[in-house]
Design a protein around this ligand. Structure first.
Ligand code: PMP
Length: 441
């Protein structure tokens, strides 16, 4: 049973009066479906670069939030947002330069086959739209996802998000095991994953369901972060295409340069998807998201229906998106994700050599997973230890979170401006936290 990093009412007597009052108002106003991080929730009031500051001015090193990819409150993004908001903010039903300038720049970061973009406000909407397109062009309904996938909140994508609970899955959805090279080190990850897709396709066929798509997060974040060996996705994508389905690459987590070597996670696998969905880091915190597509698919979709989404691709969102791309280029953000990510990963591997609790350190660029196990041979998940380590890191003012079906993989994915200094701070805190957990001082 996964131990979640969340606040439970009445669980802690260490919460200050001001925070307690905010929690009570929240519970009264927002109802019970929301969750707060940490047994003792944090009240942040300001952000800058890779740092967040609480109401007492205490600085926390942010190694968790991937949305502010170019850093919290980046001045160029803030300036673009306020400048455009003060001039004009309209939707995509008028002629406008900004949305086209943004579309051109964004599409320019993709392989030439992917030459159209449609804008949404959230990653959920982007996946929802991708499923509509896939179903319209294939005539199929079936979707294959990984066993602990998360693809969003709309009814259609929640049905493809087993991490929300198995009960939520749609009748037309089939789950397959994540490509876990740590658990299966002696086998060909790509071949196993493709075999799982083939079985799901056969099972669908037997149930009279035609496939619409294989939908995967190309870094498998909620499944526990699986990035290696790069290229392993190829055979699975071939399998779904052979059966008449499309490949939808969900880039909400790895996209916009996070993996260091490439702008998009699917590029690490040497693939060109049929549809690509984008979100989180796209607006550095402003709600802009989208779907990039092969034009021939949208030609078919557009024949059957029209598309308008009131807020998506509006003038302000487009100006913000453009500023984010400018900063990624001008500040070598992707390159930094590669070099700092490699430095941090090497430091974590040093810690792994000294602490048997760490069974595996993996990932790409600044998307890193640290899997905690009770012993190296059985690889039994150390879920309680992961929760304790996340709490011990918070005590040292560093933010991370557990991930994976057993919540025993530490998810490390800071803003991409994370520096080597930040990595050193992180590693020092992690070293101390591990010693504390092992009963040292
Ligand atoms: N896909 C993936 C892989 C995600 O991680 C998320 C958000 N965590 C989404 C889709 C949904 O994005 P949003 O919350 O913007 O709707």
């Amino acid at each position: 049973m996964a131990v979640l990093n969340q606040y439970y009412t009445g669980d802690s007597d260490q919460i200050g009066a001001a925070e307690k009052a905010l929690i009570e108002r929240r519970e009264a106003l927002l109802g019970p479906a929301y969750r707060l991080f940490y047994a003792e929730p944090i009240h942040f009031v300001r952000g800058e670069g890779a740092w967040l500051f609480d109401a007492d001015g205490v600085a926390y090193l942010d190694a968790y939030n991937n949305v502010p990819c170019v850093g919290h409150c980046h001045p160029r993004v803030v300036e673009a947002l306020s400048r455009q908001a003060a001039r004009l903010n309209t939707h995509t039903r008028y002629l406008d330069e900004t949305v086209l300038a943004y579309a051109e720049r964004l599409i320019g970061t993709f392989p030439p086959e992917l030459a159209n973009v449609m804008f949404t406000c959230t990653g959920s909407e982007a996946n929802d739209l991708a499923l509509r397109v896939a179903r319209a062009v294939t005539g199929g309904k079936g979707v294959i996802v990984t066993a602990n996938a998360y693809h969003g909140v709309s009814s259609a994508v929640a049905e493809c998000s087993p991490s929300l609970g198995e009960h939520i899955l749609g009748d037309h959805v089939r789950t397959i095991a994540a490509p876990d090279a740590y658990c299966n080190p002696n086998e060909d990850t790509g071949a196993i994953f493709a075999r799982a897709v083939d079985s799901a396709l056969a099972e669908m066929k037997a149930s009279g369901i035609a496939p619409a798509a294989l939908l995967v997060d190309t870094i498998f974040a909620s499944d526990g972060i699986f990035a290696e060996p790069a290229g392993f996705l190829g055979p699975a994508v071939d399998a779904v295409r052979k059966a008449g389905g499309l490949f939808i690459a969900d880039e909400v987590q790895p996209g916009f340069g996070r993996t260091g070597s490439h702008m998009w996670g699917f590029e690490r696998h040497g693939l060109v998807p049929d549809l690509v969905t984008l979100g989180k880091p796209m607006g550095n915190g402003h709600p802009v998201a989208g779907m990039v597509a092969r034009p021939e698919l949208l030609a078919e979709f557009g024949k059957r229906t029209r598309y308008f989404n009131t807020f998506s691709g509006n003038t302000v969102s487009s100006a913000v998106g453009l500023a984010v791309l400018d900063v990624i280029r001008d500040e070598n953000i992707r390159e930094n994700a590669g070099t700092t990510g490699a430095y941090l990963m090497a430091g974590l591997r040093n810690l792994a050599a000294a602490h048997p609790l760490i069974g595996d350190v993996r990932g790409a660029g600044l998307y890193i997973g640290v899997e905690l196990v009770l012993d190296a041979a059985s690889k039994q998940p150390a879920s309680d230890e992961a929760a304790a380590l996340v709490a011990a890191m918070k005590q040292r003012r560093v933010l991370i979170s557990p991930a994976g079906p057993n919540a025993n993989v530490l998810k490390i994915r800071p803003p991409l401006v994370f520096s080597k200094d930040n990595a050193d701070t992180f590693l020092a805190a992690m070293g101390e936290a591990l010693v504390e957990l092992e009963g040292g001082s």
